[in-house]
Design a binder for this molecule. Structure first.
Ligand code: AKB
Length: 348
C-alpha cells in the first residue's frame, strides 16, 4: 500500500468530471456519521452553493423528515436537485429496539424519496445498503454480492427491500438509483450512532482518553470494515462512474478489510501498551454473528474500479494520530482559556 494522504477526499478524487459543475445535490441525514464527512467532500467537489444538507434535527441548512411526504416534495421542488444522497436511516442496533421507527425511516422514508425524485425529475439517487442484508445462510468468509440476502434484523430486511426497490425504480422509471453495501465504517471525523459496528470507532476514543474499553462484541467476532476516507471517495467515484459500468442494479459490496475486536485491541496496544479491553458481548454480538466476517468486492473492482487504500494497520494508526491530535488541541484551548480568565481576574 502506498502512502496515504489524510488531506481530504476531494484532493484524492480524479480531476473534475464534466458533470461536476452541473450537479445540484441534496443530502438527507447529513448529521449522521457518514453525512458529516460526505457533505464537505461533495461541497469541495461540486461547490458549496450546489450542495444542500438536510436532517430532521440539529445543525442542517434544511430541516427535513423524510417520512413527511409533503415536506419532502416541497424541498425537492425548491432545491431542484439533480442528485440525492439518501443517508437518513436508523441503524441495526437501534432498529432492533424500535422496529416500527426503523421501518418508517428506512423503508417508507426511502420510498418517499424515490417517489418524490421521480415526480421532481431528479436524475440520480444514492442508497447506502449494508452487509446487514446478508443473513446466517450467506457464506461467512469472502461473502460475494451474489450471496442470498435473507437478513434477520429489521434494519437488514428494510435495506434488502430497498435494494430491490432501487432496481425497480431504475427499470420502471429510468431513475439512476445506485446502491453500495457498506461494511462498518471507521473514521476519526464523526461519531457513529446506533450501529453494531460503532465499537470500532469508540475503542479508539477510549484508548486516547486513557479509558478501559468494554466491548459489546466477543473478542474474535470479525466483521468487514472500511475507512471513512475510502468510503467517501468510493461513493463519489461510484456515483460519477459512467452508467454502462454499473452492471448490478441492486448493489455492490464495498470492501476494505476484515477485523475483530481483538485485532483492533492489538493495534492500539502497539501504540498504547497499557490499553485495556474487557469483553461483555450483548445483543450486538448476536447481530454481528448473523453478518459476514469478510466481503468479496471483486465486482466493484472489476466494473467501476473500486480500490480501498487503508488496511487495519494504516487506519488504526491514522485513528490514533487524528483523535490524539484533536484531544491535545482541545486541551491546549482549555488551558489558554483558563490562563485568559486568570489574567482577567488578576487585572480586575
Ligand atoms: C451498523 O452497524 O448498523 C452499520 C452497518 C454495518 O450497516 N454500521
Amino acid at each position: 500500500m502506498g502512502s496515504i494522504s489524510d488531506s481530504g477526499v476531494a484532493s484524492e478524487l480524479e480531476s473534475e468530471s464534466t458533470t461536476c459543475s452541473r450537479q445540484r445535490v441534496l443530502v438527507t441525514g447529513c448529521n449522521g456519521q457518514i453525512g458529516q464527512v460526505l457533505v464537505p467532500a461533495l461541497q469541495a467537489r461540486y461547490g458549496e452553493s450546489n450542495v444542500f444538507d438536510s436532517d430532521m434535527r440539529g445543525n442542517a441548512s434544511i430541516t427535513l423528515d423524510v417520512t413527511d411526504v409533503a415536506a419532502l416534495t416541497a424541498t425537492l421542488h425548491r432545491v431542484q436537485p439533480t442528485q440525492i444522497y439518501h443517508l437518513a436511516a436508523v441503524l441495526s442496533a437501534t432498529g432492533e429496539q424500535d422496529p416500527v421507527r426503523a421501518w418508517q425511516v428506512n423503508l417508507n422514508g426511502y420510498f418517499n424519496v424515490l417517489e418524490a425524485a421521480v415526480a421532481c425529475g431528479v436524475k440520480q439517487v444514492f442508497f447506502p445498503s449494508t452487509i446487514a442484508v446478508y443473513g446466517p445462510d450467506a457464506p461467512r468468509e469472502a461473502t460475494p454480492d451474489s450471496a442470498p440476502t435473507r437478513p434477520t434484523t429489521i434494519y437488514g430486511i428494510a435495506k434488502a427491500a430497498g435494494e430491490n426497490l432501487a432496481a425497480w425504480y431504475r427499470k420502471k422509471h429510468d431513475l439512476d438509483v445506485r446502491v453500495l453495501r457498506y461494511p462498518g465504517i471507521i473514521g476519526w471525523e464523526s461519531a457513529p450512532g446506533g450501529g453494531t459496528t460503532d465499537y470500532a470507532v469508540e475503542i479508539f476514543h477510549a484508548a486516547i482518553h486513557g479509558q478501559d474499553f468494554k466491548c459489546p462484541l466477543g473478542p474474535d467476532r470479525a466483521l468487514p470494515m472500511l475507512a471513512m476516507q475510502d468510503a467517501i471517495r468510493g461513493t463519489i467515484e461510484f456515483m460519477e462512474a459512467a452508467p454502462e459500468k454499473i452492471l448490478q442494479p441492486s448493489g455492490y459490496n464495498l470492501g476494505g478489510f476484515s477485523a475483530a475486536p481483538m485485532d483492533f485491541a492489538a493495534e492500539i496496544t502497539r501504540a498504547i501498551p497499557n490499553f485495556k479491553i474487557d469483553y461483555a458481548p450483548d445483543h450486538r454480538d448476536s447481530i454481528a454473528a448473523s453478518w459476514p466476517a469478510g466481503l468479496d468486492d471483486s465486482s466493484a473492482r472489476r466494473d467501476w474500479g473500486w480500490q480501498p487504500r487503508y488496511n487495519l494497520r494504516t487506519l488504526s494508526s491514522a485513528m490514533l494520530g487524528h483523535i490524539g491530535a484533536a484531544v491535545a488541541a482541545s486541551a491546549a484551548d482549555s488551558a489558554c482559556e483558563a490562563l485568559g480568565t486568570a489574567a482577567a481576574v488578576n487585572a480586575a
